[in-house]
Ligand binder design. Structure first.
Ligand SMILES: [Mn+2]
Length: 365
């Protein structure tokens, strides 16, 4: 099976982009979706999942879910984790009834992706997500307030930034007080070992997303941060269903990470590839950039070549894009506009098609 190109879509009524818009981007086969109204730990019911059959008339598959979020009790290792793991298994079995093949998830304590500015000028009139190192130091409440004020003002929700959870931040920090790196590794192992039989039963791969940014923030441990820790993760539960969502932009926020090398080393365990370009500044700040190789420092061409060389048969999606033209606060999900992701797809498929051609292969969807 050839590589499949995906596009993340937040669902009817929750995303201004229409499926008919996405249909006009050449080469997209897969809508990367989720039930965004579900809280971490809740079972996704069959009737709720069935709504996604709306993708079928457009010829899109629903193979990849991003994300089924993991309840904090599992990450902390509370006794209640077993109940939440059982719920997770039920969700997997329900998803498998609709042909889902990959679940993307993450294991970051409390906070999901973290940025200091959602609409930072890139310099050409567009804006992008930005990380100002000095802004993300001690005051987690200030950072959370910036994100939540934004979501409230524009009446949107971000996965991983549920207001219900964020309202209990101080309590969550207390709950995580004893969870250091080793405890978090052990809790991740416990979670995955419990799920592997259900993966084998349902054929679903669990694909962990890299931590974004790939370093500890606010004193909270982060694990999926570099090549060495990825090696450890894959060995820890050495099962073909224990896979990666290799996010190039998350990893390359640390310029010491060589994403192409990781692709070559672990291609068979990468179920899902996020391709995003990042531009670094000397003071440690970084900005997200267009997918064009020379617009950032991530090595997009090397990464695509690595996937192509190893015969990658998983799913690729453009990760975040810039906000272009009329896209701005209030009419676009930060990082998830239509235009720059569409441009990113065309750039990636252009590279991919040429690599196919150089090998004498016929270009396919
Ligand atoms: Mn990503």
């Amino acid at each position: 099976m050839p590589m499949q190109m995906g596009f993340r879509w937040y669902g009817e009524g929750n995303d201004k982009i229409k499926l008919s818009d996405i249909k006009q981007i050449p080469g997209v086969t897969s809508i990367v979706w989720a039930l965004h109204h579900k809280m971490p730990g809740e079972v996704w019911e069959v009737e709720e999942i069935a709504v996604q059959k709306q993708l079928e008339p457009y010829g899109f598959n629903m193979d990849v879910v991003e994300s089924v979020n993991v309840h904090d009790d599992i990450k902390i290792g509370k006794p209640t984790r077993d109940m939440y793991i059982e719920n997770y298994k039920t969700t997997m079995r329900n998803l498998s009834k609709f042909g889902v093949k990959v679940i993307c998830y993450n294991f970051m304590p409390i906070f999901d992706w973290t940025r200091s500015n959602l609409f930072h000028p890139v310099g050409d009139g567009s804006t992008a997500l930005f990380y100002e190192k000095n802004m993300i130091q001690d005051d987690y409440n200030a950072m959370a307030k910036y994100i939540l004020d934004f979501t409230e003002k524009y009446n949107m929700s971000f996965p991983g930034w549920e207001p219900e959870r964020m309202a209990k931040l101080d309590q969550l920090f207390k709950d995580y007080a004893g969870v250091d790196h080793e405890k978090l590794w052990a809790n991740l192992k416990y979670f995955l070992e419990a799920l592997m039989p259900t993966c084998e039963e349902t054929g679903i791969k669990m694909a962990i997303h890299m931590d974004d940014p790939p370093w500890d923030i606010f004193g909270l441990p982060r694990l999926l941060t570099n090549g060495e820790n990825i090696d450890r993760f894959l060995k820890m539960v050495d099962n073909p269903y224990n896979c990666l969502t290799l996010c190039s932009g998350s990893l390359n926020a640390d310029p010491n990470n060589n994403v192409a090398d990781i692709v070559r080393k672990h291609c068979d365990r990468i179920a899902f590839a996020h391709i995003r370009n990042v531009k670094h500044f000397p003071n440690g700040d970084f900005s997200e950039a267009s997918h064009r190789d020379c617009d950032g420092d991530t090595g997009i061409l090397d990464i695509l070549k690595a996937y192509h060389d190893c015969g990658f048969e998983g799913y690729i999606r453009p990760d975040h894009g810039r906000h272009l033209w009329d896209e701005g606060p209030g009419n676009v999900r930060p990082g998830y506009g239509l235009y720059d992701r569409a441009l990113g797809i065309m750039y990636m498929l252009g590279v991919w098609d040429m690599l196919d051609k150089l090998e004498g292969k016929k270009t396919t969807v």
